[in-house]
Design a protein around this ligand. Structure first.
Ligand SMILES: Nc1ncnc2c1ncn2[C@@H]1O[C@H](COP(=O)(O)OP(=O)(O)OP(=O)(O)O)[C@@H](O)[C@H]1O
Ligand SMILES: [Mg+2]
Length: 488
């Protein structure tokens, strides 16, 4: 069992995909090199491991146990340290003071005690540095040593170095590689990001090659040639980034089987906890009936809907007619569904509305989704965009297991649109299954872990390798092979 494993990690920044299925397995007592072209995703991957970034999908395992690394502090507590390319300490402080940074109790130590501790630390790792030197005046190589010693002293058993040699002169590189070999021999796991093949050949036991966010090969260094590594790095043109594996293994949150209704010609869909499935399509291809059937206001003629993770909450496409009771206040709209007692809300006691609960609901909606004017006497007084936000706030209030959002950003300004999209992503990260039905192609591409197209009442999956505006456009028009009936 590997000491550390990152499996099938996906991470996007806006529309740019940094990681699209990266896997890295690290053994105890090895130096593992991470190789790849500029932009391949190396730094992003180690930042995920160090808790600086949260993955969109994928898992981290320590000794076979799945963990969520919440922050760099948490990473260190788990024994994972990262040495940045640039000095992260305080330049104006001495070496000894930098080594004591963040240590409980350190502020009360005198100069002599600090110096003594620093000497001990440096000796433990076989490094020479003057404890009294000002960190900011030291050469980069020595600043790097401070970082390494800090990470090790804070308990890092897994030490990740992101291009440590890029800033070093040749003799300093030698010293660094020797130190990494010593750490390996002492049982540490070392991850070395480097563009230099000779370094990798000299010190690494294994190498993993990343290309376009995916791991393409992981091999013992002894068995590979520079030519092979080069070929893996550059390779032939890859198909566009794939989809997260539908959070495979996660519980099925919503399943539609052979759903038929006027306008729906047999819809099959399986949605898992934590994933966003986006349905594109031109209005009038079944969006309305699908929404109504999911909302339970229209019964299907045949087929089944199974909600594995209730409740299902809906952000309806038509906020004026379906979404809100415009004569009620925003707060009343938020808690309306709880009056029947079905939603298990806390806004009503013995059938009476609690004013404090109403205020809390309004505050929450303002804070979480940025509803402006939530204190207004009637929802009618809100701008269209704020009515839309109110619908979203209400859906979130239900703490849904399945969230169906129909054109959730229609009519919203740029800032509100970004906020709503981020909220949907956050919901998915927290385990909610999100079904986005949207006529906005950009939104579908930005949010969907998987994308389908609704065409004449049928759901056509966009193939993992063919996700593009062109392909979606083709399917929206019932393109060449759009008739093929494959379940989504
Ligand atoms: N914070 C960010 N915001 C937007 N895009 C980002 C961000 N961080 C990384 N990216 C993008 O993700 C991709 C992978 O970047 P990453 O820094 O992981 O590459 P790398 O393999 O470390 O490259 P290099 O060898 O140049 O350091 C790039 O396309 C990059 O532009
Ligand atoms: Mg990098």
């Amino acid at each position: 069992m590997p000491a550390v494993a990152l499996r099938d990690v996906y991470r996007r920044f806006g529309s740019s995909v940094a990681l699209a299925g990266a896997t890295l397995e690290l053994e105890r007592g090895e130096v593992h090199a991470l190789l790849g072209e500029n932009g391949a995703g190396k730094t992003t991957l180690v930042r995920v491991l160090y808790g600086m970034l949260q993955p969109d999908a994928g898992a981290i395992e320590l000794d076979g146990e799945r963990v969520r690394v919440r922050s760099p502090r948490h990473a260190l507590a788990l024994g994972i340290g990262l040495v940045h390319q640039h000095f992260m300490g305080v330049p104006a402080l001495s070496v000894a003071e930098n080594l004591a940074l963040g240590e409980p109790g350190a502020p009360w130590l005198g100069r002599d005690a600090l110096r003594r501790r620093a000497r001990e630390m440096l000796a433990r790792h076989g490094l020479e540095l003057d404890p009294d030197a000002t960190a900011g005046e030291l050469p980069v190589a020595q600043q790097q040593r401070i970082e390494i010693v800090r990470a090790l002293e804070r308990g890092a058993r897994v030490l990740v170095l992101d291009e440590p040699s890029a800033v070093l002169a040749p003799p300093e590189v030698e010293a660094l590689l020797e130190m990494l070999a010593r750490l390996r021999d002492a049982g540490h796991t070392v991850v070395l990001i480097s563009h230099k093949l000779e370094e990798i050949a000299r010190v690494a036991d294994r190498v993993t090659v990343l290309r376009a966010g995916r791991s393409v090969a992981s091999r013992p260094v002894a068995g590979v040639t520079a030519a092979e590594l080069g070929a893996w790095m550059v390779g032939d043109a890859l198909p566009p980034p794939g989809e997260p594996p539908g959070a495979a293994g996660e519980a099925v949150a919503l399943e539609l089987r052979g759903l038929r209704a006027p306008g729906l010609a047999g819809v099959d869909l399986r949605l898992r906890a934590g994933e966003i499935v986006a349905i594109a399509g031109i209005d009038g291809n079944g969006q309305g009936p699908l929404e109504r059937v999911l909302a339970g206001v229209e019964l299907p003629e045949s087929g089944e809907i199974e909600i594995g993770r209730p409740p299902l909450a809906l952000v309806p496409g038509d906020r004026q007619r379906v979404g809100l009771v415009l004569d009620l206040s925003p707060g009343e709209n938020l808690v309306l569904a709880e009056a029947s007692g079905q939603r298990g809300g806390t806004a009503f006691r013995h059938g009476l509305l609690r004013p404090d609960a109403l205020r809390a609901a309004v505050d929450e909606a303002t804070r979480r989704v940025g509803v402006r004017g939530a204190g207004a006497p009637s929802a009618r007084a809100l701008s269209g965009g704020n009515q839309q936000k109110l619908c979203i706030a209400r859906a979130l209030r239900a703490e849904p297991g399945v969230l169906v959002a129909v054109n959730p950003t229609r009519g919203l300004d740029v800032t509100a649109t970004a906020a709503v999209r981020e909220e949907l992503r956050a919901q998915a990260r927290a385990g909610t299954a999100v079904l986005l039905i949207s006529t906005e192609l950009d939104e579908v591409l930005e949010l969907g872990d998987r994308v389908c197209v609704l065409f004449r009442g049928r759901l056509l999956p966009v193939e993992a390798g063919r996700r593009s505006r062109a392909r979606i456009g083709e399917l929206m028009l019932g393109g060449a092979d759009a008739g093929a009936e494959t379940p989504a």
